[in-house]
Design a protein around this ligand. Structure first.
Ligand code: GDP
Ligand code: MG
Length: 177
């Protein structure tokens, strides 16, 4: 939260959703602080992080919400989604079940957020090539079907993490301003 006090032109809320242990918290720590943790530690207490992003001549403060472990119990409430202009919908390419559950997360997201919410589908852990259970093509196909953006990322290797967040933020900016 270094940039908390910097001047900004817009404040955008975005949310991270997806099954437990897909890498939501590490994608956020990579994007906001360039940090990664190998040990799996459920998020406790920290609900969001900020990062300022320049788009054209404007500064956007992106406020990104992370679950505090409620996704384990499918107990994310409407207040989590309220006012979200963007969402990263994340699965783990090494666990097919997390990809199958994307449809559930997407319908929950659509129930609780506006139809204008920008959604990016993210297949995380692309570094684990040998344990892959979901092909990149499958992610791409689902995204096309549902009208979502799509990227594979690695929070560990810092691959496509910036791109995932920045494509969402840039698109929100285009839609709203
Ligand atoms: P969350 O429950 O969705 O917030 O997932 P976490 O961010 O806590 O990550 C769960 C586990 O996956 C942790 O052990 C992380 O170190 C690991 N992890 C997260 N992202 C990656 C990644 O891109 N590659 C690899 N190999 N492991 C990852
Ligand atoms: Mg977490």
């Amino acid at each position: 939260e270094d940039s908390y006090d910097e001047e900004c032109d817009y404040l955008f809320k975005a949310v991270l959703i997806g099954d437990s242990a897909v890498g939501k918290s590490n994608l956020l720590s990579r994007f906001s602080r360039d940090e990664f943790r190998l040990d799996s530690k459920p998020t406790i207490g920290v609900d969001f992080a900020y990062r300022n992003v320049r788009v054209g001549d404007k500064t956007i403060k992106a406020q990104i919400w992370d679950t505090a472990g409620q996704e384990r119990f499918r107990a994310i409430t409407s207040s989590y989604y309220r006012g979200a202009l963007g969402a990263l919908l994340i699965y783990d390419i090494t666990r097919r079940k997390t990809f199958q559950n994307i449809n559930k997360w997407l319908s929950e997201l659509r129930d609780f957020s506006s139809s204008e919410t920008v959604v990016v589908l993210v297949g995380n852990k692309s570094d684990l090539r040998h344990s892959r259970e979901v092909e990149e093509e499958e992610g791409k196909t689902l995204a096309e079907l549902e009208g979502l953006y799509f990227l594979e990322t690695s929070a560990l290797e810092n691959q496509n993490v910036e791109e995932a967040f920045l494509s969402m933020i840039g698109r929100i900016h285009e839609v709203l301003i």
